[in-house]
Ligand binder design. Structure first.
Ligand code: FMN
Length: 332
């Protein structure tokens, strides 16, 4: 869970409690990732995973980005900042892969594209970690499996945060096929023969049991841990989730330029229509607004990522959340 919620403490706490904690490597400098991986390894001797975003090949259209920057400028002025420049970057992914290969995660997961045969071979050869692809359709699953991915995270439309679509289809508000986790597991299972990890809207043991019944080997939960003691989730984000400040979630490109699910706050309501399909350029434009609003304690502007099950979020330690999930799963 890149962008704040992920911490070495959360990753290690999940792994220490019998889960497989994942550290988010996206949106960090290679140096910060190195330090965070060392911190995880100091906090747990159990297996853990790390996730990276793959860069998008496509650049946003300059004119569209200029228009969007102009659209958010009055709101920025009200917050005492200027919108950022719409710069593209590759999230330093090559340097971060070198960093990951100098540590010993048990699993390396990749999002926003297929891992690729070369990267998969390198991770296998250098650190012997499992390579995990993240997919939203049977076609993406076939590509990732043929690249040698050992496991696939199958992300349903319910999931909080960014949709993992390999290519964001600009003409579609969801960026691609919008399949629910149950039917998606059935589709993907028919297409490939690798173990599947179900993700999207799972908040309790009955949700995990349902995912297993649909053929998943495991479940991945994000939103369920957003208000855990160890998460780095901002106070504004926590409060919006726990106080149920907003009524529903929405998929929007307004914050980052890629479709992502979060609470439908005022920014999402006002800027989703016409937001360019340009990641990470749109995120660079909105970054100063989101940061200023968060610092001011305002929930109307920042991205408040949340899956469709967000109402069931609880405040507890990660180990208590895992113990509850385990009990509920056994009961289910
Ligand atoms: C705040 C937040 C940040 C996320 N960041 C990432 C990320 O960095 N990489 C990634 O692959 N998925 C990310 N996701 C998606 C999760 O990996 C997972 O697919 C999703 O949380 C599952 O749905 P749920 O939130 O309903 O449990 C994020 C989700 C949330 C809620």
């Amino acid at each position: 869970m890149a962008g704040g919620p992920s911490t070495p403490e959360l990753t290690a706490a999940v792994s220490n409690a019998g889960g497989l904690g994942f550290l988010a490597g996206a949106l960090l400098s290679p140096e910060a990732l190195d330090a965070q991986l060392s911190a995880v390894e100091a906090l747990t001797r159990h297996p853990y995973g790390v996730n990276l975003f793959l860069p998008s090949a496509r650049r946003g259209r300059a004119e569209e980005l200029r228009d969007y920057r102009r659209r958010v400028a009055p709101l920025a002025a009200g917050l005492g900042v200027e919108p950022g420049e719409p710069t593209w970057n590759d999230d330093s992914v090559a340097a971060k892969i070198d960093v990951v290969c100098a540590h010993h995660p048990a699993a390396v997961s990749l999002t926003f594209g297929s891992p690729g045969g070369e990267l998969t071979e390198r991770i296998h050869a250098e650190i012997g970690a499992l390579v995990v692809g993240t997919v939203t359709s049977a076609a993406e699953a076939e590509t990732a499996a043929s690249d040698g991915a050992d496991l696939l995270v199958v992300q349903g439309i319910e999931a909080g945060g960014h949709r993992a679509v390999f290519v964001d289809e600009a003409t579609d508000p969801n960026g691609g096929a919008a399949t629910s986790i149950g039917p998606l597991l059935v589709e993907v299972r028919r297409a490939v023969d690798v173990p599947l990890i179900a993700a999207g809207g799972i908040m309790d043991g009955s949700g995990i049991a349902a995912a297993l019944a649909f053929g998943a080997a495991a479940a991945q939960l994000g939103t369920a841990f957003l208000c855990s003691d160890e998460a780095g989730t901002s106070a504004v984000h926590r409060r919006a989730l726990l106080d149920q400040t907003y009524e529903r979630t929405v998929i929007t490109r307004a914050f980052s330029g890629r479709p992502a699910r979060g609470l439908l706050n005022e920014f999402a309501a006002g800027f989703t229509e016409g937001a360019p399909a340009a990641y990470p350029e749109v995120g660079a434009i909105t970054g100063p607004l989101r940061a200023a609003a968060t610092a001011a304690g305002r929930s109307d502007v920042p991205n408040l990522w949340a899956g469709t099950g967000w109402r069931a979020v609880t405040e507890a330690s990660a180990s208590d959340i895992l113990a509850r999930l385990t009990r509920e799963l056994a009961a289910a």
